[in-house]
Design a protein around this ligand. Structure first.
Ligand code: COS
Length: 388
């Protein structure tokens, strides 16, 4: 917990410097090689970025949600692939352990997650269970043998971010196959190197080069019973939903950071580019695009800060998190689209970088719940509260 504003400002300043001096200059290399340089990952470790949200007692920085989103506003003014390095650990991979893990599970994993020595991936989505997450089919069947109680896991997971780098998976699997809904799902911590786990080939994506996703296949994987998160069966879906509530605010903050960068690039271009004898920034139709982007960006920043503060106060932010994810991800798409328009032909060329952002940000409206899923969450909560 950073209670001293000056210490927190020093962290923010160092993240801003790191983003400008190390990440931005490496953007093209990452896009071309589809890999984040090891030296950059190590610097992220050294800065404590893997432990942003992990309690100090376990070696993390224990940032509040408000502090976390302010760090993301700075860190994400570059290719979103850099954030993905810490994304599953800080965003969703470690949060199930943090929220619902037993003290033993927390003591075992959180210190290594905080240093970045261990990376966590969140394994919920399946080939036939995407938006309808509760329909997942991966099973974890309890048994006992000479080595003790365990679960045997079978099934496959899809689009698992950071799976190739993961040391552990937060896995959602069905412990009660008779219960086809959310109540039959449990959450586990699974060692990624367990016998029977194999990875599919790295997915070829439209954008976000350097951030890797792939299938993860579980073939009779033996998971010791003490790896059941919280030690109780049937709570895995709720753990996943709570993790996603937090993850959606985190991701909305990512959208704000990336949109800030895209808008700054578009503004600079508009000031430098001369047409009809003056900078195109002087033309009102260009100004309208700049102003609309600035307004929507400001609205997103305010929403994200407000939702983060509410979460810090211990309030249920399921609705607010979905509102933030919905609005900020759509905002980022519009900001990127207007930026291409402001740059004109240059916006379509790879060398200006805007077309790369245009492709990168398309994912924001899809992962951790599509825009349509956010609308469902918001409206369902509204109806439920109105009826209560
Ligand atoms: N926090 C805690 N518990 C929650 C919750 C939340 N935010 N949301 C739902 N739950 C609980 C419900 O209260 C319910 O519990 P009870 O059975 O005890 O009442 C249980 O979880 C099931 O909830 P619900 O009936 O709403 O589940 P649905 O199957 O209808 O699905 C949605 C809900 C659509 C919201 C869910 O499937 C979802 O978020 N899908 C998108 C998944 C996603 O984001 N995937 C991206 C993967 S990570 S890249």
């Amino acid at each position: 917990m950073i209670r001293d504003p000056q210490t927190f400002q020093a962290l923010l300043d160092s993240v801003t410097r790191f983003t400008r001096e190390r990440l931005v200059p490496a953007e093209n290399e990452v896009a071309e090689t589809d890999a984040i340089p090891h030296a950059i990952v190590q610097e992220m470790r050294d800065m404590g970025l893997f432990g942003l949200t992990i309690p100090e007692a376990y070696g993390g920085l224990e940032l509040t949600m408000e502090e976390e989103v302010r760090v993301l506003f700075e860190l994400c003014q570059t290719s979103p692939a850099f954030r993905s390095v810490i994304g599953t650990t800080v965003g969703i991979g470690s949060q199930g352990i943090l929220m619902d893990g037993t003290p033993e599970q927390q003591a075992e994993y959180l210190p290594r997650l905080a240093t970045g020595e261990l990376m966590a991936s969140f394994a919920l989505t399946e080939p036939d269970a995407g938006s309808d997450a509760a329909s997942l089919r991966t099973t974890a069947i309890k048994g006992v043998d000479s080595e003790g109680e365990h679960y045997i896991v079978n099934g496959s997971k899809r689009y698992i971010t950071n799976a190739p780098q993961a040391g552990i998976f937060t896995l959602m699997a069905r412990t009660n196959p008779a219960d086809k809904g959310a109540g039959g799902v449990s959450a586990f911590i699974v060692d990624a190197h367990s016998p029977g786990i194999s990875l599919g080939r790295i997915d070829r994506k439209m954008g976000q080069k350097g951030a890797h996703t792939c299938d993860v296949i579980f073939d009779n994987v033996r998971v010791p019973a003490h790896q059941l998160i919280g030690g109780v069966e049937g709570r895995g879906f709720k753990t996943a939903m709570k993790v996603l509530d937090k993850g959606r605010i985190h991701l909305a903050a990512v959208c704000v950071g990336v949109a800030r960068r895209i808008l700054a690039d578009a503004l600079r271009y508009a000031i430098e580019r001369q047409q009809f004898g003056q900078p195109i920034a002087e033309f009102q139709l260009v100004q309208a695009m700049l102003a609309d982007s600035q307004t929507e960006l400001y609205a997103s920043e305010c929403m994200v800060i407000d939702a983060a503060r509410r979460r810090d106060e211990g309030r249920n932010v399921s609705t607010e998190a979905a509102c933030c994810k919905l609005f900020a991800s759509e905002m980022c798409g519009r900001v990127a689209d207007r930026a291409v328009q402001i740059l004109g032909g240059a916006g379509y060329l790879a060398e200006y970088g805007i077309e790369r952002f245009y492709r990168d940000v398309r994912l924001f409206r899809l992962y951790e719940g599509t825009s349509q899923i956010q609308q469902i969450v918001i409206a369902r909560n509204m109806v439920r509260e109105a009826r209560a």
